[in-house]
Each structure stands twice: as C-alpha cells, then as structure tokens.
Write a protein that binds this ligand. Structure first.
Ligand SMILES: *Cc1c(COP(=O)(O)O)cnc(C)c1O
Length: 402
C-alpha cells in the first residue's frame, strides 16, 4: 500500500485547492486496468467500468481511452458516459426498479440494456419484439460480499430475475420475440472468495444452455481491493486461470463460447483516491482524544454506512509521536471516521488523508448540514488538475424558490 501519490504532492494539492479535497491518481487507475487485462488475458473480456463508483467525466475519459466501456445504473450516468465520448455500444445500462420510460430513453440512446425483472422484460418485449436485443440479469442466489448492504445476489436480494425463473424468461421470449443476447450476474461487492465467482460462473453457463443464440456472459464486478494494511484483495491471477478452465471445459462439452464482460467499479478506482481533510480541533475528553476534521459523512459515508476502514495518514507531521484518536467529522450527527486510530500526533491545521477514497467517496456525498461538496483534482505525472470546483453557497441555493 506504500505506492501511490507522495505526501508532498498531496500537501501541494491541499495548499492550492483547499480542503476537504478529493485527489485522484491517474497512474493508479491505469495500473489497476492493466492488472485486469493481464489476469484475464486468456479469454480477453471486455471491461465496462461501473461508473457509480466515481463518475467524474474526466475519470470516464481516462478509462475509455484505456479501452474500457462504461456500466451505468441510471440514464444520467449514460448521458455522462456519452459526454465523455464513450460510444453507445460501449455502454451498458443496468438499472434496477426503474420505470419503462428510462428503458425507452436507453433504446433511443442506443446502449446495451440489461433487464432485471420479468414484468419489464414482458413490457419491453411486447413493445420492441425482436428489434432490440437485451441482456437479462439473473439472481444466482449466492450470498457474497463484504457486507449484507453490498450483497446483491442472494435469494432475498431485490436484484435480478431468480435463476429458478429461467423458464418464465423463456416463456416471454417465446411470446414476445424479444431476443436475449446475454446473461448477467453481479453477486456483490468486495468478494474475495474465488469459489463464489466460479460457482456463479458455472451456474450462469448452465443457465445459458437453455437459451438459443446467446452471445454474451456478463459477470459483473465486485473484485475486492485491500483497505486495511496487510489485507489481501481478490487473487485475480488465480481467478483468471480458473475461469479460463471453466470456459474451456464448457466449450468442449457444449461447443458454446461467449464474449465475456466484466463491470468492475471499486477495483479500478478505490486506490486512486485520497480524501484530504484538515484537523480543526483536537479535543481531550476524560477518556479519549478526538480529532475533529473539516469533513464528515456528508463527504465520505463509507465508515459510517458500511463500517468501512479507511487508512489515514498525517501528511503534515508524519514523524510525530504515535497517539490514539477518535477521528470525527464536523456534522451534527455522530460521524466517526475512525475509532481508536493511532496517528502521528495531530496539531490543529494538520492535513490528514484518507486512503482508498476513490470509490463510493465523492459519489455518495451529500449537502447534509448545508455544507458544500468538496472539490476534485486529478493528479498525473506530478501535475495537479482541478476536475470539479468546490461547491459554494450559491450551489446550495440553486433551484430553491424563495
Ligand atoms: C455496483 C455495480 C458494479 C460494481 O461493483 P464493484 O463492487 O464496485 O466492483 C458492477 N455491476 C453492477 C450492475 C453494479 O450495480
């Protein structure tokens, strides 16, 4: 975890653009993308970046230039991807619980569509017949992921059409003529256990046997990256080898092979991001020391929402004596970023950085407490570029009628 942006560069970014600030390391995104290509070279999948992790247009451009398509969960994400210059064929629209009009818009924009429930499939098929082939999202009934909130493939999950209802999909195909060009699964986030992927893959391949003319198997995202120092992420090399074996066996026994798609989000952008904050207040309570910073769960909600660990550095005084703190935000709500965290002794005004803040960081931010969202900068070859302005009071007022 010692690679990444240097403390000097991060301090410079904070000095120039102020805090709180999201800083993204372009090189990290490029190197994560290269890791996927290497690990899966045996079957050369298409990678569609799940942009709900971090949707700044500049980030979409970087990934598209590397060769990635974009996986979108809302029509506005589709629009952002198109504004970034991504072609329609390189965009997947994988929404959940949206009304038919969003699918009509997606058809008008010409993107790949992933349908995740039977009633919409029926309606879509009745409307478009065989004119607009789609993918279908299957719920494999596999419980996986770092946390129940980010597990999407279990039996009680709202996502996908149950694998036990494949006959109902086929019935709709029969009735309406809708063409199913691919099957999709996305089991959850932060999945380390390779057996989970293999189980999902075997299940989707066996389901695929029931469909004629299937071209695509979309295996979703969910690769785990380390957050806690010393922790291991998904072993992509082994995963790639085992998946290649499964594809080979499948081809030999059935004669079928498919184009393979993946939709990683976190894997591509988690490590690239740093949230830089300033220590406003050091408070010594009867039993604890608090560091109060100029941010809160309005800017990074993962520690509170998922109990996520984000490693922290004191960039201003890295060599100060170790001291144990609760690191808290400035929101009127208990927004603890870290409990009992050892940090080099913090002085008011010190710049602290949260690592792994690229994925689901800025993207899940809000204006709670009428505080503005942070600015975002992209750092490449030592150069710091502002890619989103810090919000102002005017942004908070915008749209209010008074
Ligand atoms: C969120 C999401 C992903 C990406 O998940 P990560 O854990 O960030 O890799 C991929 N596909 C779909 C459909 C998603 O909703």
């Amino acid at each position: 975890m010692e690679t990444g942006l240097s403390p000097e560069l991060l301090l410079k970014a904070a000095a120039v653009h102020g805090t709180p600030l999201y800083a993204y390391d372009q090189h990290s995104i490029e190197s994560q993308y290269a890791k996927l290509q290497t690990a899966f070279s045996a079957f050369q999948p298409s990678i569609f970046y799940a942009c709900k992790a971090l949707s700044n247009i500049n980030i979409l451009r970087i990934l598209n230039r590397l060769g990635a398509g974009i996986d979108c969960v809302s029509i506005n994400e589709v629009r952002l991807a198109q504004m970034a210059g991504v072609s329609s064929q390189q965009i997947i629209f994988t929404p959940n619980s949206v009304a038919m009009d969003e699918y009509h818009e997606a058809v008008a924009l010409g993107v790949n569509i992933n349908i995740d429930n039977l009633s919409i499939l029926q309606e879509f098929g009745s409307h478009y017949g065989s004119r607009y082939p789609v993918l279908v999202r299957i719920n494999p009934h596999i419980l996986a992921g770092g946390n129940l909130k980010i597990s999407t493939g279990h039996e009680d999950s709202k996502f996908g059409i149950s694998v036990t209802q494949a006959d109902k999909i086929l019935q709709i195909v029969e009735e309406t003529g809708v063409v199913v060009k691919g099957l999709h699964i996305h089991t959850g986030s932060e999945i380390k256990d390779i057996d989970v992927y293999i189980k999902g893959l075997e299940l989707i391949l066996s389901t695929a046997q029931q469909f004629d003319g299937l071209e695509i198997i979309d295996l979703g995202g969910g690769f785990k990256v380390p957050y806690v120092p010393g922790e291991q992420g998904t072993d992509l090399h082994t995963l790639g080898e085992r998946m290649a074996d499964v594809f080979e066996q499948h081809k030999q026994s059935t004669g079928n092979s498919y184009r393979i798609w993946f939709e990683p989000g976190k894997f591509l952008v988690s490590e690239c991001g740093y949230l830089l904050v300033k220590a406003n207040v050091i408070k010594k309570g009867p039993s604890r020391m608090f560091v109060g910073v100029d941010s809160g769960f309005n800017h990074l909600i993962r520690p509170m929402f998922y109990d996520a660990y984000h490693h922290m550095d004191n960039l201003s005084h890295p060599d100060a004596p170790p001291t144990v703190y609760n690191v808290v935000g400035n929101i009127c709500e208990t927004d603890t970023f870290a409990w009992d965290r050892q940090l080099p002794e913090v002085q008011p005004g010190d710049i602290l950085s949260f690592r792994n803040a690229g994925a689901y960081g800025f993207e899940m931010s809000s204006r709670f407490n009428s505080r503005a969202r942070p600015a975002e900068v992209l750092i490449s070859h030592g150069e710091i570029t502002l890619i989103r302005k810090r919000e102002t009071f005017e942004d908070i007022l915008a749209g209010q009628l008074y």
